[in-house]
Ligand binder design. Structure first.
Ligand SMILES: Cc1cc2nc3c(=O)[nH]c(=O)nc-3n(C[C@H](O)[C@H](O)[C@H](O)COP(=O)(O)OP(=O)(O)OC[C@H]3O[C@@H](n4cnc5c(N)ncnc54)[C@H](O)[C@@H]3O)c2cc1C
Length: 574
């Protein structure tokens, strides 16, 4: 195949979820459409994970009723178990209200209250009702609006179903990417002066997850191999209410609207764990409480015999459920044949978010010249060791805007662009067609994938021990070696999803290794990282960010300080 230098742009955005689309719009706006943007996605934008977001996005909109930026920032920092960088959190909360109004002007149908104002509901860890929402399909409406708005900009070229395979570096700076055009199976390079990585999280590293199948952490792996460190990867988040047995999310909005969590004794057990905030305590605390209840024998037998607990919405009544959380009802009926108006929903904690990510500064810039990261792919760090619900869509909006603007300004100052050498595409082409697809016999990649997910579920869950993590790391290293000999069933070029699944698996194997290496090293419990062998938080030794750098023999760890501008760490009580 003739591999040619096909394309080049001023700015390349990897990922067309909420963060990527917001960045593309901002870069276009600030340059009056003069910038040439390439927007790359392995799926159609409206199939990006962001459409699945449900409960809402945070913003301080009611100062007259007592909400303040300081309160939102404090809730976020306390929720993060003091690992968030406070200067970034401060900027983030201040930029949010304007974003909420801006996207409303673009078309988001925010749910209104009885006075016609944008409604806000309570959410976990927030001490004021500040979740702005569009019923419980907030992500869908945000994405639809973003997608419509993007159509106004003819300076944006979309590459849908283009699977990015590497981030290329020339002379110490970003120069472009390589990728697989899925429809033809051709490998191309796309050169650009700058890039924003907005490729989302890595929920699919786990079996029991609320995440879309596309959330395989590709952008993390690409940035890591290009020399950019991944920060705080030991902190995947578990959300308390995954629908049994699939793991589909039952939004926290169901508790924001007043739902109860009950154990087998019909007791609201959170009074023993978070007596003040009860079902609206942060996710790390509720998830630990749920596992503890189950382990102590107060769970119920859920579908497929799996122990779980009950989410009770019956007291809310059909009218409120239909108006505020209709999707919760729809999901329960469709996937479990159960109507929450009449029956409690069986739930258990589910892997839900990646607090860690590509290490950036407060403006989303990475250490690689010309490379930014935004949304779930980035670790700014706003969420530290535990994200509060609604702060992620909020991050996609704010950091989509910031990185879009910053990267556009950078591009305007760059005179000549770098070109990715043809050899980069040849290298990927021969790796894919000469190496990965050459095994006609052997283990199927799906066997390795499902084993990887099981290993992560069992050994890197809500509670961890050194033995579990070391065992999982050993297994993953074995799987990495097995992967090199594994068989990909489909050897054709056109739309080879077996091949892209293999590329995703390769990325997830690296990311599992990084999470476990970072988790083993962090000898404390903080936020979502709960070690039975180190049950206490240790600010003296561990109030710092983990940085995982690529090395041939496995990740090399380093650390960076947490930026504390106002609040010294204190005990978290809810
Ligand atoms: C069920 C659910 C509900 C949620 N609800 C809320 C909520 O109510 N409020 C809230 O704040 N947060 C919520 N979250 C979290 C939030 O939805 C995500 O953090 C956020 O949507 C991530 O957006 P993103 O733009 O960073 O990435 P995504 O929307 O995941 O987009 C990633 C993009 O990268 C592209 N991509 C990935 N890999 C490649 C590759 N190799 N090549 C090319 N393209 C690639 C994908 O195609 C996609 O376009 C929820 C999460 C879940 C799982």
């Amino acid at each position: 195949m003739d591999i040619v230098e096909k394309m080049s742009h001023d700015l390349l955005i990897l990922g067309s979820g909420l963060a990527g689309q917001r960045a593309a719009i901002e870069a276009s706006k600030v340059t009056n459409g003069k910038i040439d943007v390439g927007l790359v996605s392995k799926v159609h934008p409206m199939r990006s994970h962001s459409v699945a977001a449900e409960g809402g996005t945070a913003a301080v909109l009611r100062p007259e009723e007592g909400d303040t930026y300081e309160l939102h920032a404090w809730d976020t920092v306390k929720g993060s178990d003091f690992l968030a960088d406070q200067d970034a959190v401060d900027m983030f909360v201040r930029m949010l209200p304007e974003e909420i109004l801006r996207v409303e002007h673009w078309g988001v149908p925010w749910t209104r209250d009885q006075n016609g104002k944008i409604d806000q509901r309570p959410f976990g860890g927030h001490s004021f009702p500040r979740a702005v929402y569009a019923a419980d399909k907030t992500g869908f409406f945000l994405m639809q609006t973003m997608y419509n708005t993007l159509q106004k900009y003819d300076n944006v070229t979309r590459y849908d179903e283009f699977f990015a395979t590497s981030i290329e570096v020339e002379h110490g700076a970003f120069s472009g990417v390589t990728g697989l055009e899925m429809v033809s199976g051709e490998v191309y390079t796309i050169s650009a002066k700058a890039c924003i990585v907005a490729t989302g999280g890595v929920g699919r590293l786990f079996n029991f997850t609320s995440y879309s199948h596309t959330s395989t952490g590709d952008g993390y792996a690409l940035a890591y191999r290009a020399g950019v460190p991944l920060k705080d990867m030991e902190f995947p988040q578990f959300h308390p209410t995954g629908l049994m047995p699939s793991g589909i999310l039952i939004t926290e909005a169901s508790r924001g609207e007043g739902g109860y969590l009950l154990n087998s004794e019909e007791k609201r057990f959170l009074e023993n764990y978070a007596p003040k905030m009860m079902e609206l305590a942060p996710r790390d605390i509720i998830s630990r409480a749920m596992v503890t209840e189950i382990q102590q024998g107060r769970g119920i037998e859920g579908p497929e015999g799996i122990p779980c607990l009950k989410l009770d919405l019956r007291h809310l009544g059909g009218e409120k459920i239909n108006k505020k959380i209709p999707f919760v009802r729809e999901l329960s009926i469709k996937f479990l044949g159960l109507d929450p108006v009449d029956q409690p929903i069986p739930v258990r904690p589910v892997q839900h978010y990646t607090m860690g990510g590509i290490d950036t500064d407060s403006y989303g810039a990475t250490c690689l010249r010309g490379l930014w990261a935004a949304g779930e792919a980035a670790c700014v760090s706003l969420h530290g060791a535990n994200r509060l619900g609604t702060n992620s869509l909020a991050e996609c909006l704010v950091y989509g805007k910031i990185t879009g603007q910053k990267a556009a300004e950078f591009v305007e100052g760059v005179r000549s662009s770098q070109v990715v050498p043809k050899e980069a595409a040849s290298r990927v082409e021969s790796r894919i067609y000469g190496d990965l697809l050459k095994h006609e016999t052997g283990e199927r990649i799906y066997e390795i994938r499902s084993e990887l997910r099981d290993i992560m579920d069992v050994n890197f869950g809500i509670f961890r021990t050194l033995e579990q993590m070391e065992y999982a790391l050993k297994k993953i290293r074995e799987m990495k070696s097995r992967f090199t000999k594994a068989k990909i069933d489909d050897s054709s070029r056109a739309y080879n999803t077996d091949l892209t699944s293999a590329l995703e698996l390769e990325n997830m194997l690296d990311l599992g290794e990084i999470m476990l290496t970072s988790g083993i090293a962090r000898q404390e419990s903080r936020g979502a990282h709960s070690r039975l062998d180190y049950p206490a938080r240790d600010d003296r030794n561990w109030l710092k960010h983990t940085l995982a750098y690529y090395a041939r023999e496995g990740p090399r760890l380093d650390y960076s300080p947490v930026r504390i501008t106002i609040w010294k760490p204190t005990e978290r009580r809810y």
